[in-house]
Design a protein around this ligand. Sequence first.
Ligand code: SF4
Length: 251
Amino acid sequence: MASISIKANTNRSTDTEAEAKVKLEALLSGAIKAALSYEADAEKPTMGIYRPSLLPSCLRRQWLIYKKGLPVSEEKAGIFRIGELFHGFLSRAFRSSGLDVRAEEAPFMIVLLSEGKEPKLGLGPGLRISGRADLILAIDGEAYVIEAKSIRRLPPEPLRHHVAQLQLYLAGLGLRRGFLVYLDKEALRHAIFPVEYDAPLLRGILERARRLHEALLSDRSPEPDGEPWECGYCEFRGECEGNTGRRGRGV
Ligand code: SF4
């Protein structure tokens, strides 16, 4: 009898432990999901305010994002968070090496006035491009924009759309030089590329912002103009006739 009684107690104890474990796991998982859903809330774009990270990519995709909203999966929200972790890592690495980190997540806004006029920097009415540069670093009295990118494979040269994105940061912050820092997601190996202000490249990306704005105002879908690899990662590939169906080098 005694042995039966002991066995029953052990089972109850095991059940209670299992329930406690499940509750704890749910508690921890809930905290992580809550942090990721915060990112999802931040992904609601407003017409008239455009994003440096999106502007170099397919105009059709951007148009659809502004029309329908960007569905942010838990995986994508997680990728944003990984990016933030990398920014923090870089900032600590630079500071602990004695480098002068002037700012983190430095905000800027470019305002484009009417057609044909030069872009004005600062707040005001009109089409806006708003973003945040990861880091501003000062070396020998000159300030540099640092843009960190987590990536699957280190590229042999800076990727075109990242160089274009950096042009907006340089223009918005009134700086001439910056660096793209690629960190591979698995081993934190890195590659660093200097990027200089390039006026024609900047004009091209500002023109894209104008075209996107006009397409949104007129409610006319622009022609797809993404690179083939973009389609493989596009949220709208199932409904777009421009879909190449290709998935190239991941970013
Ligand atoms: S599927 Fe390709 S062409 Fe179509 S919107 Fe997406 S990225 Fe652009």
